[in-house]
Design a protein around this ligand. Structure first.
Ligand code: MSP
Length: 726
């Protein structure tokens, strides 16, 4: 309808992309993490009134895929189509709201890539030369070194190639790129990735080989069909070919380009922040506004990836806990931009603590009281509580502020602070006691409490909708507000819940997960291994890689990472060092596990038992007390220390830093009960070692009874992490 079109045109646009995933592996949680994050951003931006274009898809060309297909006894086309539809099928099952799905084997893409190649050629940025050297087919990576050199990324032996290639004059863009980074500090986020990329470019750029002749599975170079275009040039161009670049119809390109955000995993920063902008500069096209690189999802201490064989499938979690549980966990647990660990234990803990007992319980207790005391009709809210209203308004604002830089974890902390505040409010007001009194005044008070609680739930539900859309949709219906997808949530403000609204049908949104859910998921994951052609193929590749690694030249330690002359390595030296360290830790079981055999004396309790009697010590001056840096921190990780009955290893977050503390509180607290709990720590205590592990600070606790049972210090109000006690 013309009127709607016009209205749409007035909306600001927001173009958001994920990487396009290789089709040699079925989707796992690593891919799901990026796509879920993008979906949450897309939903949030739509909710705030943007005309969003959210693009995802699959990267289907290259020798790696050609070989995978051959091993599976399929043509590359069949193989790619099969795995691509698995990705798409999973995103659909999860209800992800991508607007377009691009496959690099589509004609629209081929046309666009060839157009881009020709444009660069026309402008004199492409020339012919010869490349002789090493190439890793697995990583589509040129590697510096002699024949037999293993790939610095995956350790597989590189292949020696000698080819006549087309080259892109990347070296011509060194200065321009550096100037661009300087002038647009927001282009690469977070800062750590920006620094890495800048250091790489400052180290000097050499021209980039952008064609291959040794295989056919790719897009032919226009006019010289025995060459296919380098997969990374092919792949990166998807961000514009999906918009119609190089075709008759460029409307979407004109409307949405440049992209607002390319969301990627950190290992492909260099491709997106060096090669891609250089191609665009050469073609005289605008650059994307930002490239945001998130960290890695780790499983069993190393990056979850098919080649490491440590993957978990999203389907396993979907079958047991549902899509919202997975979305919430990924976005809440992993601090955006940093690496984060996945475990079934942590997933179930978060689910129960935050979704079942937190949000789910608040909704069901509040709405059940409206049914009981007001026949299921939202009462008039004249007596709405001012402090709850202020909390909601404040947390809503902070949620938005955190989501702008895609800091989901902190954003969700604000939403859950609001949930905690409303929970405490209900407990303090005890509506069930108010209801027991018969006076009219009590009735009005009861109405005020329940209006306040239900209006708060409405605002919280609107806030968390981008992250847990299924649950939010149900709660919106239970509130009697209809379809949340059609609601105008652009300006979320207090008081928009009309009193008199008849509640919908009630039902539990997040039923509590039992312990056996963990075992079930673990079992399902085992059963799911190697089910598809792609997996079997990956397994044999992995086996082959292991074989070459343990025989002949691959036995040598991999060389230090050096920037390749004109190539693309996905990992910076730091990232590689990280990955190697993580792998070494996993392989050699260093870290917490080795502490088992640490022959140190038994740990001293970190919480010293103190008699409740008046202390005998002399009094101290305020300046002495001021030396003690007491801070509020939140426990992110808690686990037992093997063979140390009383000791727990905690990872606490102070907002400005994360650190490890060992605490002798295992006799009083289970690790699960501590995750997400705010505690007080002595932040400036000199580090010390317990059982071979460093403890950086001390948790403050009261010491009760003869046995000195520890009881952790805490607050009734919600206090921000990092706050100082003085
Ligand atoms: N095809 C290229 C990307 C081309 S984009 C123009 C590629 N594909 S991939 O299948 O390997 O996907 C990589 C991306 O998947 C990462 O950048 C990240 O977004 C996501 N992840 C895959 N494993 C991951 C983790 N273990 N952790 C976090 N993200 C991960 O590279």
């Amino acid at each position: 309808m013309p009127i709607q079109d016009k209205k749409q045109d007035t909306k600001p646009t927001y173009y958001l992309t994920t990487p396009i995933y290789y089709v040699n592996a079925r989707p796992h949680l690593g891919h799901t993490y990026t796509t879920v994050a993008a979906d949450a951003v897309a939903r949030w931006k739509r909710m705030r009134g943007y005309d969003v274009l959210f693009l995802t898809g699959t990267d289907e060309h290259g020798q790696k895929i050609e070989r995978s297909a051959a091993k599976a006894g399929k043509t590359p086309q069949e193989f790619a189509a099969e795995v691509s539809s698995e990705f798409r099928g999973l995103w659909d099952r999860m209800g992800l709201t991508y607007d377009d799905y691009i496959r690099t084997t589509e004609p629209r893409h081929k046309q666009g890539v060839q157009h881009l190649f020709s444009e660069l050629q026309k402008r004199g940025f492409i020339y012919k030369g010869t490349y002789s050297g090493q190439y890793c087919v697995w990583d589509e990576l040129y590697v510096e070194g002699t024949p037999g050199t293993p790939c610095p990324d995956c350790g597989r032996i590189t292949e020696t190639v000698s080819e006549e290639n087309y080259f892109f004059k990347l070296s011509a863009f060194e200065r321009k790129l550096l100037e661009y980074y300087e002038q647009h500090p927001e282009f690469i986020r977070p800062e750590a990735r920006r620094n890495e990329v800048m250091a790489f470019v400052q180290g000097g750029l050499r021209d980039l080989s952008i064609s291959r002749t040794s295989f056919n599975w790719g897009i032919p170079v226009p006019g010289d069909e025995k060459h296919v275009i380098y997969v990374w040039m092919d792949a990166l161009a998807n961000y514009i070919t999906a918009l119609g670049y190089g075709s008759e119809n460029c409307d979407n390109f004109n409307k949405y380009w440049p992209a607002d955000v390319h969301l990627i995993g950190k290992e492909i920063s260099r491709f997106h922040c060096v090669y891609w902008p250089a191609f665009l500069m050469a073609a005289e096209l605008p650059l994307p506004k930002s490239v945001v690189a998130h960290g890695w999802l780790l499983f069993e201490q190393s990056k979850m990836s098919k080649s490491r064989g440590n993957i978990v499938r999203a389907e396993t979690v979907l079958d047991v806990l549902g899509a919202d549980a997975l979305r919430y966990f990924l976005l809440r647990e992993v601090t955006f931009g940093q690496d984060g660990s996945f475990s079934f234990d942590a997933l179930v803990q978060r689910y129960n603590a935050d979704l079942a007992n937190g949000y789910g319980n608040l909704v069901s207790r509040t709405l059940a009281m409206i049914v009981k005391y007001f026949d299921g009709v939202v009462p008039a809210g004249e007596a709405a509580d001012a402090s709850i209203r202020a909390t909601l308004e404040q947390q809503t604002e902070q949620f938005d502020q955190r989501l702008e830089p895609l800091d989901f974890s902190r954003g969700l902390e604000h939403a859950w602070s609001a949930i905690a505040a409303v929970d405490s409010y209900i407990t303090a007001q005890a509506p069930w006691k108010v209801a027991a009194k018969d006076e009219a005044e009590s009735r009005a008070k009861l109405a005020g409490i329940l209006y306040t609680a239900s209006e708060a739930i409405r605002m919280i539900t609107a806030l968390v909708y981008p992250v847990i859309p299924e649950a939010a949709t149900k709660v919106w219906q239970q509130l009697g507000l209809g379809d949340i997808a059609k609601a105008d949530l652009k300006d979320l403000k207090w008081g928009d819940l009309p009193s008199g609204t008849k509640l919908g049908e009630l039902g539990s949104v997040f039923p509590r997960a039992e312990k056996e859910a963990i075992e079930r998921m673990q079992k399902m994951e085992e059963d799911r291994q190697s089910q598809t052609a792609a997996d079997q193929e990956a397994a044999s590749e992995q086996a082959a890689a292991r074989q070459t690694k343990t025989s002949g030249p691959a036995e040598q330690p991999p060389p230090p990472h050096v920037p390749e002359p004109f190539s693309a390595t996905g990992l910076s030296p730091e990232q590689e060092a990280d990955a190697v360290a993580q792998q070494a830790a996993a392989d050699q079981q260093v870290g917490p596990v080795s502490a088992v055999s640490d022959p140190l004396p038994p740990p001293q309790p970190v919480v010293e038992p103190v008699s409740p009697a008046v202390p005998a010590e002399p009094k101290i001056g305020i300046e002495d007390f001021a030396k003690v840096d007491l801070r509020v921190a939140i426990i992110r990780v808690a686990e037992r220390v093997p063979k140390a009955d009383r000791l727990l290893r905690l990872e606490v977050d102070l907002g400005y830093e994360q650190r490890q503390i060992l605490a002798g509180i295992a006799g009083a607290y289970t690790p699960e009960s501590l995750i997400g709990r705010k505690v007080v720590i002595v932040a400036n205590l000199a580090p010390r070692k317990l059982r071979g592990l460093e403890s950086n600070g001390m948790i403050v606790a009261a010491s009760i009874g003869e046995k000195g049972t520890p009881v952790l210090a805490g607050f009734l109000e919600d206090v921000e992490i990092g706050a100082r006690l003085k």
